[in-house]
Write a protein that binds this ligand. Structure first.
Ligand code: MG
Length: 383
C-alpha cells in the first residue's frame, strides 16, 4: 500500500487553529493526524510540504522507517517545527495501518493494558472560593485528580510572578483543606516563574499540599530544574513541549521529574511516544499526556495511554469546570467522548475518529498570537 497524497489543513475550528493532516493511499484508505505546535501552524505546514515531496509512493506500512527518514535524511534535524510535522504524519500512518488491518491503533502498540483511560480536569476560576467550588464539582462528577490554575496576568497583559505566587499558594492550601487528602491536586504554572520564584511558591505551602507542579520554569536547561529539585519536594510534571526522546533524556535519566506531560502531536507521534514511555518505565516515571488540541490528538493519545503500563492521567479540557463553549461534533462526527471522568478505549479500526473534510475545507486560517506578557517595568516575560 503506497502513500498517494498528503494534505495538511490549518484551519480555525471552534476556539483555535487546528493543523490536521490527511494521508491517502493508493488503496483508498485515508488516515488523519494532527500537529501540536499551536500558534505557528504555518511553519509546520511548510515542513509537511517538504516531507510530502519524498513520501509520495512510499510503503504506508513502513512507519518506523519513514520516521527515521523524516528525522535523519536532512542535515538540520529535529526541533519543534519539524517534529510537529513528523508527529501528524506518523499518527496518520497508524490510522491507516489500523484501518487496513481492521484493528484499533492500540493493537499496533501492543494492545490495551487498561479498560478505560482516567483523566484529570482543570479548574478555570482564578484562585478563590469559586476555584474550590469548581474542584468540588469535579469530585462530584467523578474526578479523583485535577489541576488548579494560578493567578494569571492582568487584562492589559501585565504579569508579575511575585503577585501571583502568594495568592495562588494561599488558595492551594485552602483547596487542600477543603477537598481532603484523597484527591490528587496539581497546578500548572505555564513556565512563568524563575527558579527562585518557583521555590518561593513551593515553600509557602506545607509539604503534601500539591501532588504535582506542572512547568514551573522554562525547560531549556535541565540544570535549572535540578536546582529547583533541590529546593522543593513537590513532584514535577513537564515535557509537553519536548520534541523528541532526546529532549526527555536528561530529565528521565537524572531523575528530575516524576510525570511526563508528553504531547503525541509534538514529540514525534506514536512511534516516538512509545519509546519515551518505555524509557520512562525503567525509571518509574509515569505518563501524564498533554491533550489540549482536537479529537484526532485525543484519539491518538488515548490509544497510547491504553497501551503503556506507566500511566497516571490524561489531560481533558472537557469538564463541567471548563466552559470552552464549543461542540465540534459537526467537524468530527465520530470522536472520543468522556464517560464521567474517563474515556472508553475505542476498538474501532484505526484511531476511531471521523473527520468532516467538506466542512473542514470551508474553514479558514486565522492568525493568532499568544498574549505578549510584560512585567510591571515593561520588560518581556513568558506567556
Ligand atoms: Mg501545561
Amino acid at each position: 500500500m503506497k502513500i498517494r497524497a498528503i494534505t495538511p489543513y490549518a484551519v480555525w475550528v471552534g476556539i483555535r487553529n487546528q493543523l490536521l493532516v490527511k494521508v491517502e493511499t493508493d488503496e483508498g484508505i485515508i488516515g488523519w493526524g494532527e500537529s501540536g505546535l499551536s500558534g505557528r501552524e504555518k511553519a509546520v505546514m511548510g515542513a509537511i510540504e517538504h516531507y510530502r515531496e519524498f513520501l509520495i509512493g512510499r510503503d504506508a506500512f513502513a512507519i518506523g522507517a519513514i520516521w527515521q527518514e523524516m528525522y535523519r535524511s536532512q542535515y538540520f534535524e529535529g526541533g519543534r517545527v519539524l517534529q510537529a510535522a513528523i508527529s501528524a504524519i506518523d499518527i496518520a500512518l497508524h490510522d491507516i495501518k489500523g484501518k487496513a488491518l481492521g484493528v484499533p491503533v492500540h493493537q499496533l502498540l501492543g494492545g490495551k493494558q487498561r479498560n478505560v483511560i482516567p483523566t484529570f480536569a482543570t479548574t478555570s476560576a482564578p484562585p478563590g472560593p469559586e476555584m474550590i467550588e469548581q474542584a468540588q464539582m469535579l469530585i462530584d462528577h467523578g474526578w479523583t485528580a485535577m489541576r488548579l490554575s494560578p493567578a494569571d496576568h492582568q487584562s492589559d497583559g501585565r504579569y508579575e510572578p511575585r503577585e501571583s505566587i502568594p495568592v495562588t499558594a494561599k488558595w492551594c492550601i485552602k483547596a487542600r483543606e477543603a477537598l481532603g487528602d484523597a484527591v490528587v491536586l496539581g497546578i500548572d504554572y505555564h513556565h512563568r516563574l524563575s527558579v527562585a520564584e518557583a521555590a518561593s511558591f513551593c515553600q509557602k505551602m506545607p509539604s503534601g499540599t500539591l501532588d504535582f507542579l506542572e512547568e514551573p520554569i522554562r525547560d531549556e536547561t535541565p540544570e535549572a530544574y535540578e536546582a529547583l529539585r533541590r529546593l522543593t519536594d513537590v513532584p514535577f510534571a513537564i515535557g509537553e513541549e519536548f520534541a523528541s526522546k532526546w529532549q526527555f533524556l536528561p530529565y528521565i535519566e537524572r531523575g528530575i521529574h516524576e510525570y511526563n506531560r508528553i504531547d503525541v502531536c509534538n514529540v514525534g507521534g506514536l512511534t516516538e511516544s512509545m519509546k519515551v514511555a518505555g524509557w520512562s518505565e525503567a525509571h518509574y516515571v509515569d505518563m501524564m499526556p498533554h491533550n489540549p488540541l482536537g479529537p484526532v490528538c485525543t484519539a491518538a493519545t488515548l490509544h497510547f495511554c491504553a497501551a503503556v503500563p506507566n500511566f497516571s492521567w490524561l489531560e481533558t479540557r472537557s469538564s463541567p469546570a471548563e466552559k470552552l463553549g464549543f461542540d465540534n461534533a459537526e467537524f468530527f462526527p465520530v470522536q472520543p467522548r468522556l464517560q464521567g471522568a474517563v474515556y472508553p478505549v475505542s476498538d474501532a479500526p484505526g484511531l476511531g475518529v471521523e473527520v468532516n473534510e467538506e466542512l473542514i475545507r470551508k474553514q479558514s486560517f486565522k492568525f493568532w498570537e499568544a498574549p505578549h506578557l510584560k512585567r510591571a517595568d515593561g520588560s518581556v516575560t513568558n506567556w
